[in-house]
Design a protein around this ligand. Structure first.
Ligand SMILES: *Cc1c(COP(=O)(O)O)cnc(C)c1O
Length: 657
């Protein structure tokens, strides 16, 4: 890696005069990303720049010329729009929250939510998939409810890879640099304006860490960064890539997230009484909390462990062991030899914390086991996944029967306002009022949904599908231009798909267990269905394969090859570079969302929920959330809940996430 390229690029943000200063304030609070009026405001600033910056208002403000901004001040319509959004933000931040109304004063609580990835918006590419989107939606919902919660994660120089396909449909990866000064990041500083920093020392590694903040409504998200000039090159790489590198890189990232995360909170003066580990990646945090408590109170490991465990919560997302981080003992020796001692533990006692059977020295150190042993509450992400997890981890508690294991399930959810289309939101507001926006769990409000005339609902669906088709054509055209297609080929992109045709969406990671090509098993039959003159059907695919997953890439290649056949050219499209923007268009515009995982590999899945909010129907294998969501009259179940042998032996590189 070329380090000279990794130095900070400085972008000079034009100094905004007082009248325009609110633009900056709005751009630096991710609240804008779920407030349609704010999105409209930025688009109005410069529609083309809005597109080309991947909807990044901070970058836009950096690029917009001072003169453009001066002209805006004279635009009364724009200034009124700006004032309205600014007032909305103030109101959002000041209004009495659900938490204040329901738990006022009675609860002194501070939650910290630790995750390797956070999916807040496409312009902040520090996420890969479902795990990160869930974390992002969680922060947004915590903000809406007013929960006293702070997120903790890593700030990656490059984030997750971007995808494009070569002419044959083979996935190519590239890693654009995140320019921190073009992102809504605020560096945390002390009262003298000096960046807050702390040092971590593990094994022979010793490095400084900086803390950045992303403001998500009322909730801060703290992101750790080791790419500092004073650090050695190998230490600067720790925050280079999300899920990149080898096992050693992974343990270093997890030390940074868990132990560094707790130290960062301390440096910020935040003392959490509940720490949430989103997957096992963050489990080292429990050790650091124990160490600090031992130090503070002069107590032993066992006492501190009991107290700390009561305030830890763990969510597991993974239905097979192969998908979870395991580290060999020598890697732990390398980095934790001194740390064992500071906890007053022998090597065996320490390593036993990561083993189902502490005495089995052949077991490697498993982060999920560590989390399960040091969390007072643990949960899977759907009812079925809860059952699967209890079976999977029963040996962690050999003394308990399976149904009594302290491992429950909490089915995933999504942040409604992030994923519902504006068309659907306004339709619902017209017929239900605005109460559902504040309390979507009030079932009485939802009864009124029957008042919406079918024709009106259908019109809403039609316009969202039209938007999706427009978007797909545009993306396809851009894809063709990039690979140097002929003018003729490029112009055909404008004719693919049909806004009037029943549209099936299939978008997710291309891991083989999701069986993305199941639909292509009988191409002649598929062709008859898609090209039926009376009732045609079209399919839009999207999704990335893990860079090391050759089989996953092969699935993508097959789909692209099929989409190039003359009989499918207008009916099957693969959109590159699946991200939150592509996801939003798809879940808002499809009629049917198809999901064909190998049960019970889909721990929960959330994309289907996003579709349901937008009036689309799910057609899915009975797996994950759909086992609970399927009501016989709201979509289709594929199969009857069969489990095949292949699911229990599944292994793939880079899986899960
Ligand atoms: C919602 C979402 C996911 C997770 O959905 P699954 O149902 O687990 O596939 C993944 N990636 C993106 C971009 C999403 O928006």
């Amino acid at each position: 890696m070329d380090f000279s390229k990794m130095l900070h690029k400085f972008t000079v943000v034009p100094s905004l005069t007082e009248d325009l200063a609110p633009l900056q304030r709005i751009a630096y609070n991710m609240w804008w990303s779920w407030e349609p009026n704010a999105i409209g405001l930025f688009r109005r600033l410069d529609p083309e720049l809005w597109q080309s910056t991947r909807h990044n208002p901070v970058e836009m403000l950096g690029i917009l010329q001072q003169t453009t901004l001066e002209t805006l001040k004279l635009d009364e319509g724009f200034m009124a729009h700006l004032r309205m959004v600014d007032e909305k933000l103030t109101e959002y931040l000041q209004e009495k929250t659900w938490f204040q109304k329901n738990c006022n004063g009675s609860l002194k609580m501070q939650v910290a939510y630790f995750s390797m990835e956070f999916g807040l918006h496409e312009s902040l590419p520090i996420y890969s998939g479902g795990l990160g989107i869930l974390a992002g939606d969680h922060l947004k919902s915590a903000s809406d409810l007013g929960l006293p919660l702070a997120g903790v994660g890593l700030l990656y120089r490059q984030g997750y890879f971007r995808q494009y396909l070569n002419n044959e449909g083979w996935q190519q990866e590239y890693y654009p640099e995140n320019d921190f000064y073009n992102l809504p990041l605020i560096m945390e500083r002390d009262e003298n304006g000096v960046p807050l920093a702390f040092e971590l020392e593990f094994g022979s590694r010793r490095f400084m860490v900086h803390i950045w903040r992303v403001q998500v409504g009322r909730v801060p998200l703290y992101l750790l960064d080791t790419n500092l000039e004073e650090n050695r090159p190998e230490d600067r790489l720790i925050t280079a890539q999300l899920y990149g590198g080898d096992q050693e890189m992974r343990i270093l990232q997890e030390i940074l997230l868990g132990i560094g995360g707790i130290r960062a909170l301390r440096a910020l003066g935040i003392v959490p009484n509940v720490c949430h580990m989103n997957e096992g990646h963050a489990a080292f945090l429990a050790l650091e909390r124990i160490r600090l408590l031992m130090e503070k109170r002069g107590i032993r490991f066992s006492e501190a462990r009991e107290i700390v465990t009561a305030g830890n919560v763990f969510t597991t997302h993974t239905p097979v062991e192969a998908g979870i981080d395991h580290f060999p003992a020598d890697l732990l020796d390398k980095y934790f030899a001194r740390y064992y001692k500071s906890l007053g533990l022998s090597r065996d006692e320490f390593l036993g914390l990561g083993r189902q059977n502490p005495r089995n020295t052949h077991e490697s150190f498993c982060m999920a086991v560590l989390a399960l042993k040091l969390a007072g509450h643990a949960n899977g992400v759907s009812q079925l996944h809860g059952e699967v997890s209890r079976r999977m981890w029963k040996n962690v508690w050999p003394e308990l029967p399976e149904e009594q294991l302290p491992l429950e399930s909490i089915t995933n959810g999504v942040h409604t306002r992030t994923w519902m289309s504006n068309h659907m939101t306004s339709l619902l507001v017209r017929y239900l009022g605005t109460r559902w926006l504040d309390d979507p769990t009030d079932h009485n409000v939802w009864r009124r949904i029957a008042r919406i005339p079918d024709a009106e609902l259908w019109r809403t669906q039609q316009s969202c599908r039209e938007k999706l088709v427009d978007f797909a054509r545009k993306r396809l055209k851009d894809q063709l231009v990039k690979v140097g297609a002929t003018t003729k080929e490029i112009s055909t992109a404008e004719e693919v798909l049909d806004p009037e045709v029943l549209t099936i969406g299939f978008a997710r990671r291309f891991a083989t267990y999701k069986r993305g090509t199941l639909l292509l098993r009988d191409l002649d039959r598929l062709s008859r269905i898609l090209n039926n003159p009376e009732m045609p059907v079209q399919i839009i695919f999207a999704g990335k394969a893990h860079p090391q997953d050759q089989e996953g890439k092969e699935l993508i290649r097959q789909i692209v090859q099929v989409s190039h056949q003359e009989r499918f050219r207008h009916r099957i499209v693969f959109i590159e570079d699946y991200d939150m923007e592509v996801a939003r268009h798809l879940v808002q515009g499809v009629d049917v969302w198809l999901n064909t995982p190998l049960r019970p590999m889909e721990a929960s899945g959330t994309s289907g929920m996003k579709v349901a909010f937008n009036g689309g129907l799910n057609m899915s294998v009975l797996d994950g959330w759909w086992c609970e969501g399927y009501q016989r009259n709201n979509g289709w179940a594929i199969g009857k809940g069969e489990v095949y042998e292949a699911a229990t032996t599944y292994r793939a590189p880079g899986w899960p996430r």
